[in-house]
Design a protein. Structure first.
Length: 333
């Protein structure tokens, strides 16, 4: 039989919000349920996490509060703490034997709500980027979170999170950190032994770092021994984005842009190599904006095939036809 909320249950949320531990003990002694939800699907533990009440969160766990959510299995409270940037609470939850730091969030039983709706209703901060990694394992959430610190990543790794664990889309945490330009997160993952070349058949961390112009992350990856020969158009990507200093660093690390690589570059990256150097100019800012919103799976990718054919014909006599003369590859050697 479903238990109705009592006045003690409702008072417990107020205690969690203000961090009144003495009131918590009194309410629990009077029969308050530490796992009861509000109509916004919040539990007292989530309220304590949101308000950064570390001692309250610890006491709630001691009194039997679940680190999971009544509607979702998996490390719900840990993911919320990561997205709020609560380092001390993350440390507490990673030490909890009930928390699996490599698990994903999943709905319990049959509910009309999904994990995303529950998190939004609980006012958990969103994750930036084109895709929402709300239900992913904690390390993936940390890599894509704007409030994540290097310490949070280190705590997760220490608790057993796998550095090369992939998201449901196939990206590793390092790939996401480089995609969003989070140097601290990327550095912590590299120190933990994450593969600097990323998951196979996915955009490499180095390409992500080049695309967002993160010179410090590019330097970090180069020092860690990242492969600069795959894909073979790294110099073209850097120059196309007008990141000349990154292109110079790549050239010094051994990246090549000669005619042999000109012939062997995968056609799927021809759009980046041939169109980006052109649309990187100021007068094509509108096109860049449209492409950024449409994303990698957009219809604009159809242009890659035409660019491949056109470049194959023209590049035989003019290998660097799309690269401005003032930053042509020979000058970077």
């Amino acid at each position: 039989m479903k238990r109705h909320r009592s006045s003690y249950d409702l008072a417990l949320y107020d205690a969690a919000e203000v961090g009144d531990v003495k009131l918590l003990h009194a309410l629990v002694g009077s029969g308050a349920d530490v796992n009861m939800m509000t109509r916004l699907y919040e539990t007292p533990l989530l309220v304590a996490i949101r308000e950064n009440r570390t001692e309250m969160a610890a006491q709630l766990l001691t009194h039997g509060a679940s680190p999971e959510h009544p509607l979702c299995s998996g490390p719900f409270a840990l993911n919320a703490a990561i997205r709020f940037g609560r380092e001390d609470i993350v440390e507490m939850l990673t030490a909890n034997p009930q928390v699996d730091v490599n698990a994903m969030l999943q709905n319990r039983c049959d509910t009309r709500l999904d994990v995303t709706q529950v998190l939004e209703s609980c006012r958990v901060p969103p994750i930036i980027g084109m895709y929402s990694y709300v239900a992913e394992p904690p390390l993936i959430v940390a890599a894509a979170g704007t409030r994540t610190s290097a310490r949070i990543v280190e705590l997760l790794i220490h608790a057993g999170a796998r550095p090369d664990l992939q998201s449901s889309r196939g990206d590793t945490a390092l790939q996401l950190a480089c995609c969003f330009g989070f140097k601290g997160t990327a550095a912590a993952l590299v120190r933990a032994g994450a593969n600097v070349n990323g998951a196979p058949h996915r955009t490499s961390p180095l390409v992500y770092a080049i695309n967002c112009g993160a010179e410090d992350i590019v330097e970090l990856l180069l020092n860690a021994g990242v492969d600069v020969t795959t894909p073979g158009d790294l110099l073209y990507i850097a120059i196309g984005r007008n990141h000349v200093r990154i292109a110079k660093a790549l050239a010094m690390a051994g990246a090549r842009g000669d005619e042999e690589h000109e012939r062997n570059v995968d056609p799927s990256v021809y759009m980046r190599r041939t169109l980006f150097p052109i649309i990187a100019r100021p007068q094509f800012a509108f096109i860049r904006g449209v492409h950024a919103r449409l994303g990698a799976d957009s219809p604009i990718q159809l242009l890659a095939g035409f660019a491949h054919i056109l470049n194959f014909i023209i590049s035989r006599s003019l290998p660097c036809w799309a690269i401005p003369k003032e930053v042509a590859l020979p000058e970077l050697a």
